[in-house]
Design a protein around this ligand. Structure first.
Ligand code: HDE
Length: 719
């Protein structure tokens, strides 16, 4: 793969590059100790005689070993596994009506960004394809300081109050007695907690949907989740929700496929992001805002401060305000992706917080966690975390301090340094918190406006396509099927009846259980310690919108095959034109083609040409591709027909509802596969994503549709 020329994203990159050390072409660079002493022998330790014991004196061995022994830092308590990239954000139109934030005012500015995508529950070395929420954290290096939009790929969260976060994370992480299962929510402690926390039902619907199995980080939405505030230069405030929309559309894989990918390539998403950027296919998202005037704060049947609620786009449309493009891979995973420190409290003038109790709790946690993860209070000096604007204050010293402050004063006010650094007036860009009027009694309580736990869960379910609903039923049946304690399964069924009766009864059927007559009481163990739980019972309201189109992936962008991976199954005797014409057509549309054969090396075509293959049935699998094509050529077909791995390859692609194409001659191959089960007499082949006439146009149209989930209605294919 051609390495892209480095495209530095201005300030942040040049700052990092200043400190970058690259020994790749350093033929004249001699190896030294960390003190600069040239090393003469890096193969042997210092011993008393050739066969004697190693001497304690060997400071070179000790320095090397000591550094190695301390190369690991604690992984993130959540979101430990992640992948990052550099890029830029460009604004379409000034948003000065709503905010004074410079990067949302200046349409000429190219704001450098670093994005880190992550799974939540798994460890650093876990698989990318776990059924999980994905983190979507963006650091904007703005002219007014770093702004972090630390979101997820789902618009709501499990809990309403930060007080419950350690409980939630303890419940989902591997169980403490045997540290199982890794990167999975399908176990007793998670569902025990969820079944006692009705407020989590909306989020759990998202988590059990295909949204938790993205095809690619590049094909995920991002959400700020909480309601924030935008403040304009007149100090007027609007509430806002932040959303990222990917220009390639929102797409997912099948659960069976996800499990196979975890084995075949646990780095599937990381590799996908890396390769897309290296090959110049820069991922893009539009930043969208949902703006709510202050006067409308109480207009909705749900509370804007409740992070288990979204605002349907039917009620508040999204405004697309700018585009983010990721255009450069990190130079060093540890230095950048691992050491980046996000914080929802990193804001700039023009952006402020709402009183969402989950957001408020996050404001403490993120700095605190970096103290142990990155080893002290100076993590802002790590190159990836530095702001690109000037930074001065009187904070000093601490572990691993990099800055050498040469001035005498480190206090304010002072006269010795002429009063510097001075406080910035508001007109000079000084940050002033929004002057929200608060006149309240100090309480440890939850607002009753947070007590509707089901209506949006129902709205989400109603908004899904038939196939998506089926996947949700399957996901609940799988996850609860892994729960050992039957009373937890039953309690969950009780909650599901509150979301949708048909969903609950299908899951009950799959688990071989009866639906409970009524959900277990009290339902709100999570909300109040009060013995009289009457007041804390969830309330039932009708979904504010019955069907919200943006919640389903069915209607997403499906007009491009850019970066889609297509496997050509080939063997000796393959027809030259059948390969080259199809390949040319697909590549012209931006797809990536790989020739897969019985073994690696070269094959000889019908025309006697030798062509190199890109992989074999041993190194590659259908789950790593979006579509599969079997070109013409008599000998090619005979060889493939007698190879069980090629038949499995197509059967699996068929099972995962991917596009399959053949030439007119190679259509015979499909007789050996489950494709033969389709009743083509009553169905149009393109409606089920199978093309047997070698037409590139039809194949391209089908690949763009992503998947043909309707195939799941036909005969089931064994894995
Ligand atoms: Fe986080 N979260 N979180 N979170 N979160 C962390 O910070 C926390 C929440 C999110 O790529 C930690 O540096 C609390 C919601 C992302 O580095 C930690 C609460 C949302 C990332 C932490 C929440 C998120 C984190 C772990 C409830 C979506 C990864 C390591 C009050 C809007 C950022 C770290 C990256 C990471 C705390 C809830 C998103 C422990 C206390 C809601 C994307 O500080």
């Amino acid at each position: 793969m051609k390495k892209q020329e480095k495209k530095p994203t201005k300030n942040i990159s040049s700052k990092i590059d200043d400190l970058a050390v690259n020994t790749e072409n350093g033929a004249d660079q001699l190896m030294t100790t960390n003190q600069g002493l040239k090393i003469n022998d890096n193969n042997n330790s210092l011993k008393a005689g050739e066969r004697g014991p190693t001497l304690l004196e060997d400071f070179i061995l000790r320095e090397k070993t000591t550094h190695f022994d301390h190369e690991r830092i604690p992984e993130r308590i959540v979101h430990a596994r992640g992948s990052g990239a550099h890029g830029v954000f460009k604004l379409y139109d000034s948003q000065n009506k709503y905010t004074k934030a410079a990067f949302l005012n200046d349409t000429k500015a190219e704001t450098p960004v670093f994005v880190r995508f992550s799974t939540v529950a798994g460890s650093r070395g876990s698989s990318d394809l776990a059924r999980d929420v994905r983190g979507f954290a963006v650091k904007f290096y703005t002219s007014e300081g770093n702004y972090d939009l630390v979101g997820n790929n789902m618009p709501v969260f499990f809990i309403q109050d930060a007080m419950k976060f350690p409980d939630l994370v303890h419940a989902v992480k591997p169980e403490p007695h045997h540290e199982m299962p890794q990167a999975a929510s399908a176990h007793d402690t998670f569902w025990d907690f969820i079944s006692l926390m009705p407020e989590s039902m909306h989020m759990v619907m998202w988590q059990m949907s295909d949204r938790s199995l993205p095809r690619s980080y590049r094909m995920m939405e991002g959400f700020g989740v909480h309601t924030f505030r935008l403040i304009n230069s007149n100090n007027e405030s609007h509430f806002v929700k932040f959303i990222w929309k990917p220009l390639l559309g929102v797409h997912s894989v099948a659960w069976d496929e996800a499990q196979n990918i975890s084995g075949k390539d646990p780095d599937f998403h990381r590799r996908d992001l890396w390769e897309a950027i290296e090959s110049g296919n820069f991922p893009e998202w539009e930043l969208c805002l949902q703006i709510i005037p202050e006067k409308d704060e109480f207009k909705f049947s749900f509370d804007l401060l409740d992070p288990t609620k979204l605002i349907p786009e039917e009620l508040i449309p999204v405004i697309r305000v700018g585009k983010m493009t990721l255009n450069r891979n990190p130079d060093n995973f540890f230095a950048e992706t691992e050491q980046i420190a996000f914080h929802p409290g990193h804001i700039v003038p023009g952006i402020d917080f709402s009183n969402d109790p989950l957001l408020q709790g996050r404001l403490f946690s993120y700095t605190d966690t970096q103290l142990s993860r990155l080893g002290g209070p100076n993590f802002h000096e790590i190159p990836i975390n530095r702001p690109v604007c000037p930074m001065h204050n009187n904070q000093r010293d601490g572990h691993m301090r990099q800055t050498i402050n040469s001035d005498k004063t480190s206090y304010h006010p002072n006269s010795i340094s002429g009063g510097a650094p001075m406080q910035a007036k508001e007109a000079e860009g000084g940050f002033v918190s929004h002057a929200e009027r608060i006149d309240a009694v100090k309480v440890r309580n939850r607002s009753k406006s947070f007590f509707d736990h089901f209506s949006q869960a129902t709205m989400f379910f109603n908004s899904q396509s038939k196939a998506e609903q089926k996947h949700i039923v399957d996901a609940f049946t799988f996850e609860l099927g892994k729960v050992e304690k039957v009373y937890i399964r039953e309690r969950m069924l009780g909650l599901l009846t509150q979301v949708d009766k048909s969903l609950a009864s299908k899951v009950a059927d799959g688990l071989g259980l009866h639906l409970p007559k009524a959900p277990e009481k009290p339902m709100n163990h999570g909300v109040s310690a009060d013995a009289d739980v009457k007041d804390t019972e969830p309330i039932h309201v009708k979904p504010v919108v019955n069907h919200s189109e943006a919640l389903s992936m069915e209607g997403t962008i499906k007009d491009t095959i850019k970066t889609r991976k297509v496997a050509f199954l080939v063997a000796d005797g393959v027809n030259d034109d059948s390969v080259s014409i199809m390949k040319k057509a697909l590549v012209a549309e931006g797809a990536m083609v790989k020739l897969i054969s019985l073994k690696q090396g070269t094959i000889t075509t019908e025309g006697g040409n030798k062509i190199a293959v890109d992989g074999s049935f041993l190194t590659d699998a259908s789950v790593l591709f979006d579509a599969v094509y079997i070109p013409d050529g008599k000998d090619n077909i005979t060889a493939l027909m007698t190879e069980p791995d090629s038949i499995h390859f197509v059967n699996e692609a068929y099972k995962h509802c991917k596009s399959i194409a053949t030439g007119a001659e190679s259509a015979d191959f499909l007789k050996e596969t489950f494709v033969k089960e389709i009743d083509f007499k009553s169905l149009n082949m393109e409606d089920v994503g199978v093309n047997i006439d070698g037409s590139a146009d039809k194949f391209i149209g089908c690949i763009a549709k992503h998947r043909f989930w309707n195939r799941e209605d036909f005969r089931k294919v064994p894995a």
